[in-house]
Design a protein around this ligand. Structure first.
Ligand code: IMP
Length: 190
């Protein structure tokens, strides 16, 4: 791993880099161009689901070459008991979305519970259209029948950190996606 300004112990939890900074940036640029073509001439609202998607959103919106607005939502899912499927909205959108084509920007789809609920809720507000784009998708972990419209990378069932994704609020500032040490140990044992 190249020399970094981050302290050594910060790196000791990183098992390996799964998706490099260059791979992410190339995919984000390409996606920004696609979005620009798809939504040209349309009122576009990019909705970031906090906190994990803030880095992805920041890069993606600058790769979008058409006018757009930004909105933020906070959502927490309580999946301790599998059947609950309850999602708490910790921050709601300011915008009335009836006037917008909404593109939800997410960091990772895991069980699918959070986004399934958020999409259901936002559809009830009658946006002009609603699509979901996720940086990462972990299809093996899905427990509900829901999929994002687009995912930039499909990854195996490992716990990842970096580029906005955290482990106990750390590692969000890494510029790449890495496999967390403990996660790789678990998957090696199972
Ligand atoms: P879901 O409702 O299970 O799809 O939960 C999605 C949320 O779980 C994401 O927005 C992340 O905040 C979190 N999450 C799921 N997998 C990971 C991971 O590998 N690393 C960090 N956060 C994760």
């Amino acid at each position: 791993m190249k020399k970094s300004f981050l302290p050594e112990e910060y790196h000791s939890s990183i098992h390996h880099v799964l998706i490099s900074e260059q791979e992410i940036q190339a995919a984000v640029r390409k996606t920004g161009e696609q979005i620009s073509r798809t939504y040209e001439g349309k009122p576009l609202l990019l909705v970031s689901i906090l906190k994990g998607s803030f880095v992805f959103l920041a890069d993606l919106c600058r790769a979008v070459r058409i006018p757009c607005e930004i909105g933020f939502m906070g959502a927490k899912s309580y999946t301790g008991t599998v059947s609950s499927g309850k999602v708490e909205i910790t921050l709601d959108l300011e915008q009335d979305i009836r006037a917008y084509h909404v593109l939800i920007v997410e960091d990772i789809v895991d069980t699918g519970i959070t986004l399934q609920q958020v999409v259901k809720m936002l559809k009830e507000r009658h946006p002009l259209s609603l699509r979901v784009i996720s940086l990462l998708d972990k299809p093996k972990r899905r427990i509900v029948d829901w999929h994002p419209d687009q995912a930039l990378f499909s990854i195996p069932d490992v716990f990842v950190i970096g580029y906005g994704l955290d482990c106990e609020e750390q590692y969000r500032n890494l510029p790449y996606i890495a496999v967390y040490e403990e996660s790789s140990e678990k998957s090696a044992l199972s």
